[in-house]
Design a protein around this ligand. Structure first.
Ligand code: IMP
Ligand code: MG
Length: 179
C-alpha cells in the first residue's frame, strides 16, 4: 500500500535549532555528570540521538519500552512496561526523554515506575507537547515545541509504525490515516 505524502509541520532545521537550545539549557542545569537519559521506545529514539549530542554534560543512555497506543491515534488508556532499564539508576540524575506528551497517561504511569527506582532527581524532556489533550497531570521540565491537537508523524513518530524515518515532523493529509 502506498503512503500519502505528508505536509511538513516542523522542518528538520527548526527541530535541530530547537534541540541545540534545549541541549544548552540541560547542560547548564546538570553541570556534573553522569546524567542518565532514559528514552522511551520507540518514538523518542531520534530525538534522543540528537539531544544527547547537544548536551555537553557526560551522559549515560538507557531505554525503556512502554506500550500504550496500539495501532490507532488515541491512547488505549492501558500502559505496560515491555522493556525495562538494564541498570540501576538509584542515586543518579535521570532525564526521561520522550517524543510527545499527549494525554499524559504514558508519562504519568512511567514517572511512578521510575520514582520507585530511587533516582537522585527525575525530570522530563519532550520534543513535542499537546497540552490541550491532557487527561493526567505531567510536570515537563523541557519542552521543544507546544503544538495544537494535530496528529503528527516523522522524526521518530509513527502512525501504525510508518513514517518514523522522516527528517521533518509532518501532518498526515486528510484521509491519509483515519483511525
Ligand atoms: P499519551 O500517553 O497520550 O501522552 O501518549 C504519548 C504517546 O502517544 C507518545 O509517546 C506517542 O508514542 C504517541 N502519540 C501521541 N500523539 C501522537 C502523535 O501526534 N503522533 C504520533 N504519536 C503520538
Ligand atoms: Mg512514544
Amino acid at each position: 500500500m502506498a503512503l500519502s505524502p505528508p505536509r511538513i509541520f516542523l522542518s528538520e532545521q527548526q527541530i535541530q535549532q530547537r534541540i541545540r537550545a534545549m541541549g544548552e539549557q540541560i547542560t547548564a542545569a546538570y553541570p556534573q555528570g553522569p546524567l542518565y537519559l532514559v528514552a522511551i521506545l520507540k518514538g523518542a529514539f531520534m530525538f534522543l540521538a540528537d539531544l544527547a549530542r547537544a548536551i555537553r554534560t557526560p551522559t549515560r543512555i538507557e531505554f525503556i519500552g512502554i506500550s500504550s497506543y496500539g495501532k490507532g491515534k488515541t491512547s488505549s488508556g492501558e500502559v505496560k512496561v515491555t522493556k525495562d532499564l538494564d541498570v540501576s539508576i538509584e542515586g543518579y540524575d535521570v532525564l526521561v526523554v520522550e517524543d510527545i506528551v499527549d494525554s499524559g497517561v504514558t508519562l504519568n504511569y512511567l514517572i511512578n515506575v521510575i520514582e520507585q527506582r530511587k533516582p537522585k532527581s527525575l525530570r522530563i524532556a519532550t520534543l513535542l507537547d499537546k497540552p490541550q489533550r491532557r487527561l493526567r497531570p505531567v510536570d515537563v521540565a523541557y519542552v521543544g515545541f507546544q503544538i495544537p491537537d494535530e496528529f503528527v508523524v516523522g522524526y521518530g513518530l509513527d502512525f501504525a509504525e510508518d513514517y518514523r524515518n522522516l527528517r521533518d515532523i509532518c501532518v498526515l493529509e486528510d484521509g491519509a490515516a483515519s483511525a
